[in-house]
Design a protein around this ligand. Structure first.
Ligand code: FE2
Ligand code: FE2
Length: 304
């Protein structure tokens, strides 16, 4: 942490009271140690998720079947790289070093959403990933952009949110085209939905309303929704769309079920968390790609 970085000047209770009154926090001095820690952790999850999505989406963009498709997928990848850059830059204001965060960490220190440790195999999977996971991101970030008590992050999310909406519409558009294409494209799409759906169910993590960490996030005004509330919002947006395309998905509307859907896949969260922590199958390859060219120019530094 740079020597001249201001330090938090308030207690955790003082900050909680201030944000409950509607105060927007603009600087580290206005924070408490607990607020700063919770904020950095949440922002790092977003920064790392944006960065790893670049590495996951890029290979499919590079092998897109037409020039138009290559351009649209590359635009998504470029946006994600820009989002990562914004988030690491914001973390610098909180005392972190961008180069160290991007290039100096071990795979176990990255906090990205687990799916981006995996590879996408084809265009249908990119379409479903955009429709499922960029939408999941939009649910999370939409809540933060409306409710977050940290001003700089909230303002940055206005631009990011608009671009995420483009990504999820890109996914919706291509899912529709593939569903209405040939038997072959529809079957590819169904396979992609089957593969990615369980990752979507797991995306938001276990409901942890009781955890002090989640309660702190909500009390600090960093977010307003719990994991289950976000998951149910996502179900509402995803399940009817998939069914409307004539695809199978193991989830049925059910007024008596929590969240309004009876979902066949119910994660064993202990096993899922263990899998999250041990990292996914392609993370080593992504780490190599990320670090491969670092230091090639500017005499070993990423920046002149
Ligand atoms: Fe993004
Ligand atoms: Fe995105």
């Amino acid at each position: 942490m740079p020597e001249d970085l201001p330090t938090p000047q308030r207690t955790d209770d003082e900050v909680k009271e201030a944000v409950a009154r509607g105060e927007i926090i603009e600087s580290v001095e206005e924070m408490s140690p607990g607020y700063l820690k919770a904020l950095k952790r949440l922002m790092l999850v977003q920064a790392d998720t944006e960065l790893m999505s670049v590495l996951c989406y890029q290979p499919v963009a590079n092998t897109a079947p037409t020039l138009d498709m290559r351009i649209s997928a590359s635009a998504v990848v470029q946006d994600e790289a820009g989002h990562a850059n914004i988030m690491y830059r914001l973390l610098e204001d909180l005392g972190e070093d961008k180069d160290q965060l991007v290039y100096g960490r071990d795979k176990h220190e990255f906090k990205n959403m687990h799916f981006f440790d995996y590879r996408l195999h084809n265009w249908a999977e990119l379409a479903v990933a955009n429709a499922f996971f960029d939408r999941a991101g939009a649910v999370q970030l939409g809540d933060i952009s409306k409710h977050c008590s940290y001003g700089p992050w909230r303002r940055a999310l206005k631009k990011i949110d608009i671009e995420e909406k483009f990504h999820l519409r890109h996914g919706d558009l291509w899912m529709r085209r593939l569903a209405n294409g040939s038997e072959k494209t529809k079957s590819m799409l169904q396979d992609a939905v089957d593969r990615l759906w369980p990752h979507g169910v797991e995306w938001f993590g276990p409901e942890n309303r009781q955890s002090t960490h989640v309660q702190d996030i909500i009390d600090y005004g960093l977010r307003s929704m719990t994991n289950d509330e976000m998951r149910y919002e996502w179900y509402d947006q995803v399940i009817p769309r998939v069914k409307d395309l004539g695809l199978d998905i193991a989830a049925e509307p059910d007024e008596d079920a929590r969240g309004g859907y009876r979902v066949e896949y119910q994660p064993n969260w202990d096993e899922v968390i263990k899998r999250f922590k041990s990292r996914g199958p392609n993370i080593d390859e992504y780490m190599d790609l990320l670090k491969a060219s670092h230091g090639d120019i500017f005499n070993g530094k990423a920046r002149a």
